[in-house]
Design a protein around this ligand. Sequence first.
Ligand code: SF4
Ligand code: SF4
Length: 282
Amino acid sequence: MQKWNLVFDIASCTGCHNCTIAVQDEYVGNDFPGYAAEMPRHGHRWVEIERCERGRHPAVDLAYMFRACQHCDDPPCLRAAHTDAVRKRPDGIVVIDPQRARGQKQIVDACPYHAVVWNEGLQLPQHWNFDAHLIDAGWNAPRPVQACPTGALRALKVTDDEMGRVAAAEGLERLEMNRICRPRVYYRNLYRVTRVFAGGTLLTNRDGMETCVAGARVRLLRRGDVVGEARSDSFGDFRFDALDPFSGEYRIEVTADGCHDYVATFELGESHWLGEIRLDAA
Ligand code: SF4
Ligand code: SF4
């Protein structure tokens, strides 16, 4: 059986918020009986793009993270609901019923991804339901996907086996607690949000002038094992990414033509910039 999945590529998202606006355009002032009551004009974002920064000046990495209902296969919101207020459809989409869910605030608290918003006026838990009313009308993708100008969002209706193959081929990951909730939203380049980087800038003194060291070989070691290799660029910068935060002591070894070898150790917490590293001329 084919089911819906959403794929979000963090590296392709520019943070334009078209997806957020498309959802507000669809639901503010519009009621879809059986699918969703209208979204309040203010205070609700059923699809959110979160700005995520790593590092500090002068080495900063900025990424945008898609946050919305994950359409879990084993949804805690459904387990918390009474009177069949939450439905898991055969096509994978989770719908919070706008009539049956009234007064059931526990559905908000049950979602581990904070994807359910409480509508105080209607006394109703609400979420982004994959635009199920449009899907049932024959649309081949929900509005956030259609509004995305960069292709950062994709909707795939495939079998679970096929989705597993796509995820393996593209290195897709799901959010934490995926073994418990089994979400249907997949992330590409998730390391830009969940992991950290370390790097620095290599300089040397040549003929009395401070110069960037390009093409230096840098090795990153942890507990004696080489865990990364990089070359410095034209500005002397090198970087290792997708490292585990707070993963302990690392060592870097630098080898560059015309310079003495350099070795240093550092403790990795959050993203870490070693700053300007001056290599002694050989
Ligand atoms: S993300 Fe939250 S609201 Fe969506 S299906 Fe999972 S538990 Fe339910
Ligand atoms: S529309 Fe696409 S590029 Fe723009 S914020 Fe949303 S996911 Fe990112």
